[in-house]
Structure formats: C-alpha cells, structure tokens
Design a protein around this ligand. Structure first.
Ligand SMILES: [Zn+2]
Length: 146
C-alpha cells in the first residue's frame, strides 16, 4: 500500500477505529486515482475499492476523505442502501464521519499546514458540511428509487 495511504489510515484510526477495522477485515482496496465529477473520493461496492482523488497528498486530508468513503463501505456492507432513504442515510453518516475526523485532526498536535489551495478548499468544504450535508445527500441520491 502507498505510504501516504498508510499514513492516512493511521490518522483515521484515531477517530474512526471501527471504520479502519472494517477496511482491514473486509480487504477494502484503497487507491489514489482520478475520481469523476470533481469529487474527492469514491467507493465502488462491486470492486470493494475506495478511490482517493490525487489532487492532494496530505495524509490528514486523505484521512478525512477516507472517513467519508469508509463509512459508505461499512454502511453498504452492513445495511441496505439501494433506495433513496438508505442512500441519504449513508451520505449523512459519511459527511458526519468526515467532519468528526477533520475536527479531531484540527484539534490535535499534528494539525496540517494546509498550504495548497486544494487543501484550503477542502478544509472549507469539510467545515461547511454540517450545514450542507442534507442538501448534498438529497442531490447525490436523486437517482435512487424512493
Ligand atoms: Zn458519499
């Protein structure tokens, strides 16, 4: 596994140990590769693979994206998410996990410098998710049957 992904998992384990345990126990693959539609990450349940956008190599930012996508892996692996309500539930949990992870990182002694514009854009985005998550979940889940 790429060393930056190992670092991200180590950071994630501090705030989301059950997500990291699920990723390890269920052999969820993690790769850095381009993700469609400008997204930061993607979970593909069929491939059981999390893709992290290569726009950043900051392990703290990657840990926060992993919190979101890892929550999807847990939810899709353990509950039914094939309808609108299930999709919105996992999106809301994923945004909450990412926010919780980011807040733990920001409060810790090793808070990242966030010195690239992309890192700063991410920090803004994740801080805004408490307000935006329900709207984003609704929009992202529009294709799912009610
Ligand atoms: Zn999501």
């Amino acid at each position: 596994m790429d060393p930056v992904i190992v670092s991200a998992l180590t950071i994630l384990a501090l705030s989301q140990p059950t997500t990291v345990a699920y990723i390890n126990d269920h052999h969820v693959a993690i790769v850095q590769k381009a993700v469609p539609n400008g997204a930061w990450g993607l979970y593909d349940p069929r491939a059981r693979m999390i893709s992290l956008s290569p726009v950043t190599n900051d392990p703290a930012v990657l840990a926060t994206i992993l919190a979101h996508e890892g929550q999807h892996a847990v939810d899709i692996g353990t509950t039914l998410t094939t309808n609108r309500a299930g999709c919105e539930a996992t999106e809301n949990r994923a945004y909450a996990s990412a926010l919780q992870t980011w807040q733990a990182i920001e409060a810790g002694p090793d808070a990242p410098a966030l010195d690239t514009p992309k890192d700063r854009e991410f920090a803004w985005y994740i801080d805004a998710t408490a307000l935006l998550a329900p709207y984003m979940a609704h929009a992202e889940c529009a294709p799912f049957p009610v």
